[in-house]
Design a protein around this ligand. Structure first.
Ligand SMILES: [Zn+2]
Length: 327
């Protein structure tokens, strides 16, 4: 465990069998109510790391506050296990509704079903869809249990010890993603909105959304904040806040051009398009596990949706399959 600023600690929570390796949990130690930001997955390894870190700091979990940046399971998964009647969990409204629906459906079969249909008609092969579902089930970190959430929105403040964090809504990586900004210490707890070592995935899983458009707007929204330290959800703390935002914008610009280039070869489905895009992985496309191709497809679709709304790409339906082409 490492003390980043006075009474602000980082617990590196391991993510076994996950290419991200760790998620950062941040802890503010306070006399009255300590604040814990993000927790890890619903896995024993994560729970052990969090409980050991908190006990080393002498923090009583029953009297703590928890804030969760977004609903991905590496950030919220463990929260139901830590919950008690006296633990307060702050979360955004959009994702609170989704998470409650997911939990109420038991193993989320219906929720999964909608995801599978969405990708199936966009070219994702049936056999690979089954691989994705099985891998997810085998890993056993599904979100389960009761969650009483206290909703926070843009501009709300969370106080703990000497720190006063402002909630900043930053949709894109997920629909309700939220960062915490501390203006006096000039720190941004960025969740997965900006990461220093890797680019956060921006993926489309439902046609009502345009996550890349939201993401770019959220990057522009925070770029004028006075930030000295960024405390990301994964990887190391970093300082080059504005330069990193520009790099992330450039990354998506390059990727958008690549998608247009691929579409010059003719109308294709999202799976075919994703297979020709450049990914930051060591293996070629045909050796990637289905779960990675699944995320790649989601990211390709986010770019296609963005280009479609900009009037540069058209979609057609052919033999019950959605194809994309240049306008
Ligand atoms: Zn994450």
């Amino acid at each position: 465990m490492n003390e980043i600023l006075p009474n602000l600690y980082n617990i590196k929570v391991p993510l076994p069998r996950n290419p991200l390796h760790f998620i950062n949990s941040y802890v503010i130690k306070a006399k009255d109510r300590s604040l814990i930001i993000d927790t890890g997955m619903n896995l024993k390894e994560c729970e052990d790391a969090i409980r050991a870190g908190l006990s080393e700091l002498g923090i009583d979990l029953r009297r703590a506050l928890v804030f969760v940046t977004h609903f991905h399971r590496d950030h919220i998964g463990l929260v139901p296990h830590l919950a008690s009647d006296t633990l307060t969990v702050y979360f955004n409204k959009i994702e609170a509704d989704i998470v409650q629906e997911y939990i109420s459906e038991g193993d989320g079969r219906y929720w999964w079903g909608r995801h599978l249909d969405f990708l199936r008609i966009r070219g994702f092969p049936e056999e690979e869809l089954q691989n994705v579902v099985e891998t997810d089930r085998d890993r056993g970190y599904q979100l389960r249990g009761r969650l009483d959430l206290r909703i926070v929105k843009e501009g709300d403040y969370l106080e703990s010890g000497d720190y006063s964090f402002r909630c900043v809504e930053t949709p894109g990586h997920s629909p309700g993603h939220m960062c915490l900004y501390e203006p006096r210490e000039k720190i941004l707890i960025s969740g997965d909105h900006i990461l220093g070592d890797i680019t956060p995935i921006i993926a489309l899983w439902s046609d009502e959304m345009n996550p890349l458009k939201d993401y770019l707007a959220s990057l522009n929204k925070i770029r004028n904040l006075d930030v000295e330290y960024v405390l990301p959800g994964h990887g190391n703390t970093f300082t080059n806040f504005k330069a990193r935002i520009e790099e992330l914008k450039q990354h998506h610009k390059t990727r958008t051009s690549e998608v247009l280039q691929i579409l010059r070869r003719g109308a294709q489905n999202a799976y075919q398009i994703a297979s020709q895009m450049t990914w930051d992985v060591t293996e070629p496309w045909n050796r990637l596990p289905s779960s990675q191709r699944w995320f790649a497809c989601g990211e390709a679709l986010a770019h296609l949706k963005y280009l479609e709304e900009k009037g540069k790409v058209l979609r057609h339906i052919q033999n019950q399959m959605i194809l994309f082409s240049l306008k």
